[in-house]
Design a binder for this molecule. Structure first.
Ligand SMILES: [Fe+2]
Ligand SMILES: [Fe+2]
Length: 210
């Protein structure tokens, strides 16, 4: 049996890597590949970067949530699914990092905090049992999809690269939510959904700025 200390060291190492480094190792092509970087004004660039910083923080949270859940999941196939999803979310993290770099902006300085909080939340959800953990994934992804829809409306219509990234992420998040539903997700109580969206609001408001 793998030693718990080894597992914790690995998790802390991954947490620091994903929340503080410009992680850009993606399996799938960058959705902005081959697209012209349109002639955005400084204000439009700033806005795109703010939105992308929020998405990036969301992806940092996704890594943490999935890894936390995988750690405490009961069934091995649920564990595997969580780890698979985390690896798909790594593409998103890489794309957001790349776009931020193209816009000459940095990710949120609060990312290590979001990572730690989300990892804990994920581990607690995992302890509650697989059906709740999957329900948590389904609800999270649903909220992310709504959120991305909002961003697609807010971003400059000229910013084709940012739009292409958001569009692909939206498609993937929707698929993640459906996969969780099919795997046996339980519907979360309304109160929990409200708390989740309130926490997300704090994250999105602050990450847009810093
Ligand atoms: Fe994602
Ligand atoms: Fe997702």
């Amino acid at each position: 049996m793998t030693n718990i200390v080894d597992i914790l060291i690995e998790e802390v190492d991954k947490g620091l890597k994903y929340s503080t480094q410009n992680y850009q190792l993606n399996k799938r092509d960058y959705p902005g590949k081959g697209l012209e970087d349109s002639d955005l004004t400084e204000l439009e660039k700033h806005h795109s970067a703010g939105l992308m910083r929020v998405n990036h923080s969301g992806e940092v949270c996704a890594q943490a949530l999935y890894r936390g859940q995988a750690l405490t999941a009961e069934l091995n196939d649920v564990k595997e699914k969580m780890n698979e999803a985390a690896s798909e979310e790594l593409d998103h993290l890489a794309w957001c990092n790349k776009r931020l770099e193209e816009l000459n902006q940095r990710p949120s300085i609060l990312n290590p905090l979001w990572y730690g909080m989300s990892f804990t939340l994920g581990a607690v959800a995992g302890l509650a049992g697989d059906k709740w953990s999957l329900g948590f994934v389904e609800e999270t992804e649903e909220q992310v999809v709504k959120h991305l829809d909002g961003h697609m409306k807010k971003v400059s219509s000229k910013d084709n690269k940012t739009k292409a990234i958001m569009k692909q992420m939206r498609e993937d998040e929707e698929a993640h939510g459906l996969a969780a539903q099919k795997a046996g997700a339980a519907e979360l109580p309304e109160e929990v959904k409200e708390i989740m969206s309130a926490v997300a609001k704090v994250m999105t408001t602050t990450s847009y700025q810093i």
